[in-house]
Design a protein around this ligand. Structure first.
Ligand code: FEO
Ligand code: CA
Ligand code: CA
Length: 693
C-alpha cells in the first residue's frame, strides 16, 4: 500500500482526522511518487557562497491582461441548478486570534482549522457549486448517472478532479467569463462501483480517458452573486485524453517525438495529469502536464532518461495499455516523450487544436504564468513538481502585439514557440543552514540567484546535449548545469503589480535524509513536511535578465512549531498552513495560497490570504476550507467573488462507492464529486459585497 504523500506525524495542537487522506490520491495522481525514490539521482552539487547582489526591489508588471483574472464584477442573468450549502463558519476549533487590523482585502473572519465534510467560508459569506464532475457543459449529454457512466457522455460532461481554474472576462453587457478548468487525474476505485484495477473494462478505460483533459465553459454571474454555466456558450468544449494536440516549437518533428501513429512527430492524442496553469496576457490558457509517467507501461529499466522522469517497467496503474497500445513503451518508446509539456488553449476559437509547447521544456510541469517585460517579451515562470527538482523560466524571442485584431492574436499565439529556457540556481548569503528552520544570524533565509541558460532556439548551452535533447530531456539538462534541488516547486507566479515571483514549495520529507540533498538556505528544513514560499525579485526589475535576489516569505506549519516563519509577523495571529500549492493575487496586492495535504496538520485543506505589505507582511489567515479528503486548487480571487476547485473530495482511508469518504457536494446518499465552488460576500442589502472588505 502506498505511503501518504505527506504528513505522517500528528500535529502539535490540532486533532487528527478520524479518516486520513488515503493512498489513492498518491497512486492515481502522482504514481506514488513520494513512496518511490526521487528520480533526481544526479550528483548535481550545491554552490557555495557567492557575492550577494543588492537588487532594486521595485517592479511593475507591464501586462494588465493577467489582471483580467482579478477584475470586479456586477452582473445579470439567471442562476440556479447548483447546490448551495450555507456558510457555516463555526467549527470545533478556535479561530486564530485577530488582534491587528486586517489589511485591505483580507478583512474576513478567519475560518478555523477543521475536519468537516463541507466547504467552510467566513461568516457573512455564501457559497455555491458552479459545476461538478459529470455536469453537462454542452447541450445534449444525459444527466450524470454514477451507475450508468459512458465515455460518450463523459466527453461532453465536466471531467474529474479539476485542478487549475482560469477566467477571462468577455465583452458584452452581462458579466460573462470564459472559464478554463483542467482535469488532472482520475481515481477509478472511487468512480466505479465495480472496479478491478488488475483488469479494468474497456469502457472504464475510455471513461478514464474522457474524464482527463480540459474544460472550457462560459459562465455568467447574476445579481445575487451566483454563477452558472451557460450551456449555450459558443466557446464551450471538452478536450479529453484522445483529442488532437499540435506539438509545437523547436523539438516538434524531432525523431525523439515520432511514433508509428505519428511519423511526423507533430500530432499527439490527449493531455494528462494537467496540474496548475495560467492565463496569458494575449487571452489564452496554459496548463502543465505533470505526473505523466504513471500512464505508461513497460519502460525499459535500463533507460536512464525514462527513469529520470519516473517511467517504470510493468503494467501501468490504469492499464490503458491494454486498450491503447501507445501507452505500452515496449511498443511505442517515443510516446513517453510526447507528454510533460505546457499546453496552450485558445478559448475563443473552439475549433482550434490545442498546442504542446516544446520550447518550455519537458518535465513534471506544475503551472505556467506569464509576465511581460518592459519591451513585451513574454516571460513564463515554471516549476517542476518533484522532490529535488527545479525552477525554470522561459523568455520569448518575439514580443507581444497589442490589440484585438486577428493578426495580433495569431502572432501572440506563437510567442511560446521560440525563445530561451533557463533553470534557477539559488545561493544563500548565510552560513550553511542547520536544517532546523532557525533563522540565520542575518535574520533571513535569503540570497542571490542566477538563471542558467539551457537552450535558445536551436542552440544548446548544455555540454553533451543537442537542443532537441534539452527540450525533451530538460531535467537532465538541469542536472548538468548545477540547478538547485528544490522542495517540490509547485506554482511559480509573478505578482501582477510588483513583478515579484512567488514560488510555492509544497514539501519534501526526504530533505536531509541519508544519501539525499541536505538543507540549504533556499530549502532550509530537513524532513520538510509543511513546505515554504520563496519571494524572488528579478535584478533591475528585468524578467529577461539572468540575476535575481530571493528570500523566504513563509516557512509553513503549525505556528507553534519553532521552525515556522510568517514573514516576521506575530505567529499568534496566523492560521496553521501546510503544503502550499497554488498561488493567486487579489486586486489589492495580497497573496492567496491554496494547500494540498492539510492532513499533515490534521486539518482539511484550505485557501489562505497572505499580506505582503508593511507591518502586516506575512499575516496569513484562512479564508476557506474544503471537505474531507479534498484538496483546495485553482484559486481565482476577484474583487467580488472567489472560485476554488475542490479536488478529490472523499479520498480518505478505506473509501469506496459503498463507503464514501465524503458526500459533498450533494449530501447524504450520494458520491463525492470534484467541483468548482463560487464564494461571495453577502452584503447587508442582499447584494454581494466586496471580498475581504
Ligand atoms: Fe498536481 Fe504538483 O500537484
Ligand atoms: Ca540569510
Ligand atoms: Ca498542484
Amino acid at each position: 500500500m502506498a505511503q501518504p504523500c505527506a504528513g505522517d506525524h500528528p500535529p502539535r495542537s490540532l486533532p487528527l482526522l478520524h479518516r486520513g487522506r488515503q493512498g489513492l490520491t498518491c497512486r492515481y495522481r502522482c504514481g506514488d511518487a513520494c513512496a518511490r525514490p526521487e528520480p533526481n539521482r544526479s550528483a548535481n552539487p550545491y554552490f557555495g557562497e557567492v557575492l550577494q547582489t543588492v537588487l532594486d526591489r521595485r517592479g511593475v508588471l507591464r501586462a494588465g491582461a493577467v489582471l483580467g483574472l482579478a477584475t470586479g464584477a456586477t452582473a445579470l442573468v439567471g442562476a440556479a441548478g447548483a447546490s448551495s450549502a450555507a456558510a457555516a463558519p463555526a467549527g470545533p476549533l478556535p479561530a486564530a486570534p485577530e488582534r491587528s487590523p486586517a489589511p485591505y482585502g483580507l478583512n474576513y473572519e478567519t475560518v478555523p482549522p477543521n475536519t468537516d465534510d463541507a466547504v467552510r467560508v467566513p461568516r457573512g459569506y455564501a457559497q455555491q457549486v458552479v459545476v461538478r464532475w459529470g455536469d453537462p457543459i454542452v447541450p445534449g449529454p444525459p444527466e450524470f448517472d454514477f451507475d450508468g457512466q459512458t465515455a460518450e457522455a463523459q466527453a461532453q460532461q465536466f471531467g474529474y478532479n479539476n485542478d487549475f481554474c482560469g477566467l477571462i472576462l468577455l465583452e458584452g453587457p452581462a458579466r460573462r467569463w470564459v472559464m478554463f478548468s483542467n482535469h488532472e487525474y482520475t481515481i477509478e476505485p472511487l468512480m466505479f462501483r465495480e472496479y478491478d484495477a488488475a483488469a479494468p473494462t474497456e469502457e472504464q478505460v475510455r471513461i478514464g480517458l474522457a474524464a482527463h483533459g480540459l474544460s472550457v465553459v462560459e459562465i455568467v454571474r447574476d445579481r445575487t452573486g451566483r454563477i452558472t454555466v451557460d450551456l449555450a456558450g459558443s466557446r464551450n468544449r471538452r478536450i479529453t485524453g484522445t483529442s488532437e494536440f499540435v506539438l509545437d516549437g523547436p523539438a516538434a518533428g524531432s525523431s525523439l517525438l515520432r511514433t508509428s501513429a505519428d511519423p511526423t512527430g507533430t500530432v499527439v492524442l490527449g493531455t494528462f495529469n494537467n496540474c496548475s496553469g495560467g492565463v496569458t496576457p494575449w487571452g489564452t490558457f496554459l496548463s502543465g502536464e505533470e505526473n505523466v509517467n504513471q500512464y505508461f507501461a513497460n519502460a525499459d529499466p535500463a533507460d536512464a532518461r525514462l527513469a529520470r522522469y519516473g517511467f517504470e517497467e510493468g503494467a501501468s496503474e490504469r492499464g490503458w495499455e491494454t486498450v491503447e497500445p501507445r501507452f505500452d513503451l515496449a511498443k511505442e518508446p517515443n510516446e513517453a516523450n510526447r507528454f510533460g509539456y505546457v499546453v496552450e488553449v485558445d478559448p475563443h476559437d473552439p475549433r482550434s487544436r490545442p498546442v504542446k509547447h516544446t520550447a518550455l521544456g519537458r518535465f513534471k510541469h506544475e503551472g505556467a504564468t506569464v509576465r511581460l517585460s518592459k519591451d513585451e517579451h513574454a516571460v513564463v515562470y515554471l516549476g517542476d513538481d518533484e522532490r529535488f527538482d527545479y525552477v525554470y523560466k522561459f523568455v520569448s524571442s518575439k514580443t507581444m502585439r497589442n490589440g484585438h485584431s486577428r493578426q495580433a492574436r495569431e502572432h501572440n499565439k506563437t510567442l511560446l514557440s521560440d525563445g530561451t529556457l533557463y533553470v534557477a540556481r539559488f545561493t544563500g548569503d548565510s552560513p550553511q543552514a542547520d536544517g532546523s528552520g532557525t533563522l540565520p544570524e542575518d535574520g533571513a533565509f535569503d540570497g542571490s540567484g542566477e538563471w542558467i541558460k539551457l537552450v535558445s532556439g536551436s542552440t544548446s548551452f548544455v555540454p553533451g546535449m543537442t537542443a532537441e535533447e534539452v527540450y525533451v530531456f530538460t531535467r537532465e539538462a538541469g542536472d548538468k548545469v548545477g540547478a538547485t534541488k528544490m522542495d517540490r516547486p509547485e506554482d511559480v507566479e509573478p505578482h501582477p503589480t510588483t513583478g515579484h515571483v512567488y514560488i510555492a514549495l509544497t514539501n519534501n520529507t526526504d530533505r536531509g535524509k541519508a544519501g539525499k540533498a541536505g538543507p540549504d538556505e533556499a530549502n532550509p528544513r530537513v524532513d520538510n513536511k509543511h513546505g515554504h514560499v520563496i519571494e524572488l525579485v528579478e535584478a533591475d526589475d528585468d524578467p529577461t535578465g539572468t540575476r535575481f535576489s530571493w528570500s523566504i516569505l513563509l516557512v509553513c506549519g503549525d505556528p507553534a512549531d519553532p521552525s515556522t516563519y510568517f514573514g516576521g509577523f506575530d505567529k499568534s495571529q496566523v492560521s496553521p498552513i501546510t503544503s502550499p500549492d497554488n498561488v493567486a493575487f487579489d486586486t489589492h496586492g495580497n497573496l492567496w495560497i491554496s494547500t494540498d495535504s492539510g492532513a499533515a496538520l490534521g486539518q482539511n485543506d484550505g485557501l489562505f490570504g497572505v499580506s505582503l505589505r508593511g507591518d502586516t507582511r506575512g499575516r496569513t489567515t484562512q479564508f476557506a476550507s474544503v471537505p474531507v479528503g479534498g484538496e483546495t486548487c485553482g484559486p481565482v480571487v476577484t474583487e467580488d467573488f472567489v472560485l476554488i476547485s475542490v479536488q478529490h473530495p472523499g479520498d480518505v482511508d478505506d473509501a469506496s462507492p459503498a463507503n464514501p469518504g465524503s458526500t459533498w457536494p450533494d449530501g447524504p446518499g450520494t458520491q463525492p464529486r470534484p467541483a468548482v465552488v463560487n464564494i461571495w460576500h453577502e452584503g447587508e442589502d442582499g447584494r454581494p459585497a466586496r471580498i475581504g472588505i
